[in-house]
Design a protein. Structure first.
Lengths: 249, 210
């Protein structure tokens, strides 16, 4: 089974909202889709949301509760070798991790988020390092290595030198297939060299393939580019949607 | 001496390809021209310059200017995209061929996939492990590499993502670097570009082992 991991508009990389779930009749046409509506429509009880910040946490908590859904909220953050190293060189040690709050206990996640957004900030971006995560690790947290932008991805496709120290957290690692040319390459690397438990997953930025143009328009606006020349690297797939998960079932 | 190096392979087959497209969008843009040249050893032996017909082709002004798009020529020469794709794929997916190009990983492989998508065919990137990109090779040469590493595809991505001030890899620059005559008026003529790219490649393989 493919697990959808939703990204919300709070990350500024998705057109899905965390709006209150509503019945199909009450939904306005041409409005952005809510993560909770998608979950209700597809009988998904456990809602995995991984955002780049915690700005949507309260809204996600209240609206998932109102919809009777189990919220699994995660903070998708850059992790480097040492947050005190504020040099360009330190960027080469970065990779994304998703830190989820288990059982809707958010205190420990918020603590790590606060470190990332204060002490850890480099070049305007929140960061953590492995020793900080280890020091603040509790049983209320769950670590997931995303398929894209992780240390594996960066080492393989960017020639970076990320050496993670994460065995203490017994992380899970995501496997995705979005018909991008390098998907197979990453998958092979994970299968051949990573010992962690794998989750077949999909990052979801929009509901249906037909929403891709709206999604791309949004990304172009934020990137100050246009449809003819989006300048978004590897932006070559329309598969990051719930519809693709349904088709694969 | 390693006689398995491409510089010594007189019978090695190559296909050099290039696309000209509606825009630089990697998902929605469609190629209106697909050209490929077939080479053996150091000689180009065949050229194909094909135009694809889309009944709602939308050329942006910028793309039309840069790619020297001429609607009348395109109307006269364009043909069923399915036929062009079949002829091209017969070569592209043939494992005897090494695939040569410039910025293939960043652009043309997506455009080739867009033809698949437009025709309702599944994505198939199984050929990418046979690609050698002259821009990636040049970055390797610039970095002082003696040879291309074993995982060539991953290395190509690393080179594509490598940016450094002063490192130029445009076809025009590489032509000047390798003293290959470059005619500004024929740039973006697809067949001409393929010939330039192959000439660059033939020079590069004497600077880096592949």
């Amino acid at each position: 089974m493919v697990v959808p991991i939703f990204r919300s508009n709070y990350s500024l990389t998705s057109i899905l909202t965390l709006d209150k779930a509503s019945s199909e009749q009450d939904r306005k046409k041409n409005r952005a889709d809510s993560v909770f509506d998608i979950c209700n429509d597809n009988q998904i009880k456990d809602v995995f949301i991984a955002d780049n910040n915690l700005s949507g946490l309260v809204e996600a908590y209240e609206n998932s509760k109102a919809a009777g859904l189990n919220l699994r909220y995660g903070f998708r953050v850059n992790v480097c070798n040492n947050i005190d190293d504020k040099t360009d060189q330190s960027v080469k040690t970065e990779g994304k991790l998703i830190l989820f709050a288990k059982d809707q206990s958010f205190k420990d996640l918020i603590k790590l988020h606060n470190i990332a957004t204060t002490l850890g900030v480099y070049d305007g971006r929140p960061r953590l390092d492995y020793s900080t995560i280890k020091r603040n690790w509790t049983k209320n947290l769950l670590m997931v290595i995303p398929f894209y932008d992780s240390f594996i991805f960066n080492n393989l496709l960017y020639g970076h030198e990320c050496i993670p120290d994460i065995d203490f957290a017994k992380p899970y690692i995501c496997i995705e297939n979005n018909s991008l040319p390098f998907d197979e390459l990453i998958k092979n690397q994970i299968v051949s060299s990573i010992k962690y438990d794998q989750i077949e997953s999909k990052t979801v930025y929009y509901n249906n393939r037909k929403d891709f143009n709206a999604y791309m328009t949004y990304r172009c606006i934020l990137n100050r580019t246009n449809f003819q020349k989006p300048e978004l690297a590897h932006f070559g797939s329309t598969e990051f949607c719930m519809e693709a998960i349904k088709d694969a079932r | 001496m390693q006689d398995n190096l491409l510089r010594f392979q007189k019978k090695q087959k190559y296909v050099i390809f290039d696309t000209e497209t509606e825009s630089l969008n990697l998902v929605n843009s469609r190629p209106w021209q697909l050209s490929w040249s077939i080479a053996e050893g150091d000689k180009i032996i065949k050229n194909e310059d094909r135009f694809l017909f889309w009944n709602d082709l939308k050329m942006s002004d910028g793309a039309a200017k840069i790619t020297r798009f001429d609607r009348q020529t395109w109307m006269n020469k364009s043909e069923d995209p399915a036929k062009v794709l079949k002829d091209f794929n017969d070569i592209l997916y043939n494992k005897d061929y090494i695939i040569i190009g410039a910025n293939l990983f960043g652009f043309d492989i997506y455009q080739h996939n867009n033809i698949h998508r437009q025709l309702g065919l599944p994505s198939d990137y199984s050929y990418i492990n046979r690609i050698i990109d002259v821009q990636a090779l040049q970055k390797g040469i610039y970095l002082g590499l003696k040879s291309v590493p074993e995982n060539r595809t991953a290395w190509h991505y690393q080179m594509q993502n490598f940016r450094q001030r002063g490192v130029k890899t445009s076809v025009k620059h590489l032509c000047s670097l390798y003293e290959i005559p470059y005619d500004e008026h024929r740039a973006h003529d697809a067949i001409y570009d393929n010939h330039l790219v192959f000439s660059i490649f033939r020079k590069q393989i004497f600077s880096i082992e592949v």
